[in-house]
Design a protein around this ligand. Structure first.
Ligand code: FES
Length: 123
């Protein structure tokens, strides 16, 4: 998806394109929020006071407290973790094949509708 409009030779981010991300907590409560393109899923969670995302290192891939599970339907589009992220996931709580660190997932228009869930506790 093209995240920009071109007008008079100026490329501007689409002001109306705010991808929605749904966070479901361990009790099953779902919260859908709007995300800024170029931010991360973790930053979106923190900005919207999503419970279950602590992000102690501020997004440096050094704490594993922003751990989420990617909904099966979104795994391919989101992709897998980098080797560095995979190493940090070793410190996560209840890590599964669909685990990712949300600070390592950049929001793009392609992720509109993304669904993730949070573990019942962080590392
Ligand atoms: Fe620390 Fe993601 S915020 S690893």
């Amino acid at each position: 998806m093209n995240d920009y409009i071109e007008a008079r030779h100026i490329r501007c981010p689409l002001p109306f394109l705010m991808p929605k991300i749904t966070f479901t907590d361990a009790s099953g409560t779902a919260r859908t929020v709007e995300a800024e393109i170029g931010s991360t899923v973790m930053e979106t969670a923190i900005r919207n006071n999503i419970p279950g995302i602590e992000a102690e290192c501020g997004g440096a891939c050094a704490c594993a407290t922003c751990h989420v599970y990617i909904d099966e339907a979104w795994r391919e589009k989101v992709g897998g973790p980098s080797p560095m992220e995979e190493d940090m996931l070793d410190f996560g709580y209840d890590v599964r094949p669909n685990s990712r660190l949300s600070c390592q997932i950049k929001v793009s228009g392609d992720l509109d509708g993304l669904m993730v869930s949070t573990p019942d506790k962080q590392a």
